[in-house]
Design a protein around this ligand. Structure first.
Ligand code: SMG
Ligand code: MG
Length: 366
């Protein structure tokens, strides 16, 4: 395969209701899409960075700069997606920017060869169960309304975003209203320190599936210490930036479940490596989400259908965040989404919708 160039396209999509986490509130999504132009097919990638470096060090303008300055020139001569990560290895960090270019090239390659992401990654399931991530709200009644709505829609697992001041009582209220049967977990996005250990241990009363990333990204040892003080399993998100950090966190006892987000670890091929090493270590994994459009969602659904993904992911229907998606919308049936089987991602942006939401387009030829 010969890569001829890339289109860098920015789109702006409104979000149906503001989504608040411990680090801020998202009210719309400004997304970078990358299209790889090759002598075979065209391929798409969706960059999961946020506009500001508040979830991880990456931010979208930075990703654009890295792509134009280093990563696009860096893949000149690359003939297959498996050569992308080795070609870019000398450049430190920026996994989301690396992931988007690898995904676009992989999609082009798979479309050319008529193979799907699911088949390429090692899918074993035809559908995946859907979890939903519920933001921090202004009041408990508002939270209970939101959770009730998602349960009525069929979501099979609820994740509550937490922060100091919005944790034990929120979880207690959801358990009291919806019962012990609901699969429930929480995500702190690094909002606590080890000094909060005794407070966090109060979550042990509520039979949660896991607590996600309570401490700082770098604090692997702190998570290992905290794990000894809690019954609730710890699941790392932000801290796991590669297969290497995943292996280290497992070895140290810092994580007994892993949230795999392809963007955070440099792409779907590295995500599969983490899946494989976690499976070998008996560690369950699940697929995280970054408010993807239908494009990024398609790839996540394929990944979530691998055998080690034994917990429902933050894999929700398009209408969880977007009234209008840029692809055919992902619609949940019986709490599940069907794994796409067409060539590559199996979906593509609908041209008129893509145009409608586009804010800028730039071409970079190789
Ligand atoms: O795509 O369903 C989704 C969002 C899931 O909560 C979610 N993601 O830390 O796991 C996480 C957050 C990161 C994004 S917050 C803007
Ligand atoms: Mg998280």
């Amino acid at each position: 395969m010969k890569i001829e160039g890339f289109e860098l396209r920015r789109i702006a999509l409104p979000i149906v209701t503001p989504f608040r986490t411990s680090f801020g509130t998202q009210t719309s999504r400004d997304i970078l899409l990358v299209k790889a132009i090759t002598d075979g097919a065209e391929g798409w990638g969706e960059c999961v960075s946020l506009p500001q470096p508040v979830y991880s060090p990456e931010y979208t303008e930075g990703a654009v700069d890295m792509l134009k300055r280093y990563f696009i020139p860096g893949v000149a001569g690359v003939k297959t997606a498996t050569d992308v990560a080795p070609a870019l290895h000398k450049y430190k960090g920026h996994p989301m920017a690396k992931a988007v270019i690898e995904t676009a090239i992989l999609d082009a390659e798979l479309r050319t060869e008529g193979r799907s992401f699911a088949r390429e990654l090692g899918s074993v399931n035809e559908r995946v169960p859907c979890g939903v991530s519920v933001g921090i709200m202004d009041s408990i009644p508002e939270l209970l309304d939101a959770v009730g709505g998602y349960i009525d829609e069929g979501y099979v697992r609820i994740k509550l975003k937490i922060e100091p001041g919005w944790d034990i009582e929120a979880v207690r209220a959801v358990r009291e209203r919806f019962g012990d049967e609901v699969l429930l977990q929480v995500d702190a996005n690094t909002a606590y320190t080890l000094r909060d250990a005794r407070h966090l241990a109060k979550l042990d009363d509520f039979d949660l599936l896991l607590i996600e990333q309570p401490l700082e990204e770098e604090d692997i040892v702190g998570h290992a210490d905290l794990a000894k003080m809690l019954k609730t399993p710890i699941c790392l998100d932000e801290s796991v930036t590669s297969a290497q950090t995943a292996a280290a966190a497992i070895r140290l006892g810092a994580t007994s479940v892993i949230n795999i987000k392809p963007g955070r670890v440099g792409g779907y091929l590295e995500a599969r490596r983490i899946h494989d090493l976690a499976a070998a270590a008996g560690i369950p994994v699940w697929c995280g989400g970054m408010l993807e459009t239908g494009l990024g969602r398609a790839a996540n659904i394929a990944l979530a259908s691998l055998p080690g993904f034994t917990l429902p992911g933050d894999v929700s229907a398009s209408d969880r965040f977007y009234k209008t998606d840029i692809t055919e919308p992902w619609v949940m049936e019986d709490g599940h989404l069907t794994v796409p089987t067409g060539p590559g991602l199996g979906v593509a942006p609908i041209p008129e919708l893509l145009e409608e939401f586009t804010t800028s387009v730039e071409w970079v030829t190789l």
